[in-house]
Design a protein around this ligand. Structure first.
Ligand SMILES: CSCC[C@H](NC(C)=O)C(=O)O
Ligand SMILES: [Zn+2]
Ligand SMILES: [Zn+2]
Length: 404
């Protein structure tokens, strides 16, 4: 145990030690921890439990501003983390060991307990400076982001509690950057998890039977794969108007991630299923994309598409002078000499639920000069960067919550 450790680092490590790991996250210990933090800092906090999912608590904290009539600032983070392959880790993923060079190793160190803990430290700092923001600040600690957010952020944004918060702008998670710049996400790709189900003729597998489920599915898979190849090519060669090369968020990815079917090698199966993970770039018209997919199965009899994950909003947050929150964010980063790289988040975050309510949101995790290790083994964050991040959020929150 390090005796002269910065108390903010000690608190971060305590948060990392709470096993909020899917599929059985310890949300009760986590909620108690967060409520204790709020009490220590001196802001109000409550637990929201929705009747249909009482075991999925949301912790909502509030620091009232000088003018509660103004729209508010929401600082969102999810409390759950993804599972680990423990034997692949060099130390206990929930031990939050600190290496000699200051690396703090734990599941959630990047995704995204660092952000949730930094918000609290930033509020602690601002309180200690005797400040009271102009606008009210809310902090939401939501469950289940890692499994789709249905019982977490999606539930919250559709609740009366949320409407009452009168949120004007939200901050949420970003991603690490091995370079010395901050990735800032103003939109994200829409995740569709699609099952293509094909049914067909059966019989002895030694014969040339026409229109089997597998032959139909094979042709359909090829159409998805052709589309995939074209998008991969776009990623390779695509260039924006400003000369910047395409990033993953600028194209649509398709991956065949599940195959299901078959009973015995010599029996033609009646039904087979292919599962695809599809991430649609925000520039794409979702309705037309759906039509294209339907076209892939159109000439194959007795086939259908089912959605395991579907979202029909892909709006982005404006990053121009029409969005005063963005202007304030950008100005603040400029003043700090913080290089920012605005991008589309390649995967899905809880920000999609916020944006779908018409509320601008930016995803930013202060993880510069840090390898991208979300969902990976030996996820870590260096304590120096973590402390720098607290300083970043302290100034940023102060700026945003005092936006006239
Ligand atoms: C569609 S809900 C799943 C959410 C998950 N988010 C991340 C950041 O990995 C994903 O994009 O797969
Ligand atoms: Zn996350
Ligand atoms: Zn994640």
């Amino acid at each position: 145990m390090c005796t002269n450790e910065h108390p903010a680092v000690a608190r971060f490590r305590d948060y990392l030690r709470i096993k909020t790991v899917q599929p059985n996250p310890d949300y009760e210990t986590c909620s108690k921890f967060l409520l204790r933090q709020a009490e220590e800092i001196g802001i109000s906090a409550k637990i929201i439990r929705f009747q249909d999912v009482p075991e999925r608590p949301i912790v909502l904290m509030t620091w009232e501003g000088r003018d509660p009539s103004l729209s508010t600032l929401l600082l969102n983070s999810h409390t759950d983390v993804v599972p680990v392959f423990e034997d692949q880790w060099n130390s206990d993923p929930f031990g939050a060991a600190k290496l000699e060079n200051g690396d703090i190793v734990a599941r959630g160190a990047q995704d995204m307990k660092c952000v949730g803990a930094s918000y609290l430290e930033a509020i602690r700092n601002l309180k200690a400076q005797g400040k009271q923001p102009l606008r009210t600040i809310h902090l939401s600690y939501v469950p289940d982001e890692e499994i789709g957010g249905a019982a977490g952020m999606e539930h919250l944004v559709n609740s009366e509690d949320f409407t009452k918060l009168n949120v004007g702008f939200a901050l949420d998670e970003g991603i690490a950057n091995p370079k010395n710049g901050l990735k800032v996400f103003y939109g994200e790709r829409t995740a569709w998890w699609v099952n293509v189900i094909a049914r067909g003729n059966v019989g002895h597998a030694s014969m040339f039977i026409k229109d089997t489920a597998m032959s139909k599915l094979h042709r359909i898979i090829n159409r998805f794969m052709d589309f995939r190849a074209a998008q991969e090519k776009q990623l390779e060669i695509g260039v924006h108007h400003n000369g910047k090369r395409y990033a993953l968020g600028d194209v649509t990815s398709v991956n065949l991630t599940k195959l299901q079917g078959g009973v015995q090698h010599n029996v033609i199966p009646e039904e087979v299923i292919a599962g695809f993970d599809i991430r649609i770039s925000p520039g794409v018209d979702l309705h037309r994309f759906k039509q294209m997919m339907e076209g892939f199965i159109l000439c194959e009899s007795d086939t259908r598409i089912e959605y395991a994950q579907y979202f029909d909003y892909n709006g982005t947050t404006k990053i121009d002078n029409s969005n005063l929150w963005w202007v304030a964010f950008q100005d603040y980063c400029k003043e700090r000499d913080e290089e920012i790289e605005p991008e589309i988040f390649p995967a899905a975050t809880d920000s999609r639920f916020i944006r779908a309510k018409g509320i601008p949101a930016l995803g930013v995790s202060y993880l510069k000069n840090t390898p991208v290790l979300l969902h990976d083994h030996n996820e870590y964050l260096n304590e120096k960067i973590y402390l720098e991040g607290i300083d970043f959020y302290t100034g940023l929150i102060n700026r945003l919550a005092n936006l006239e």
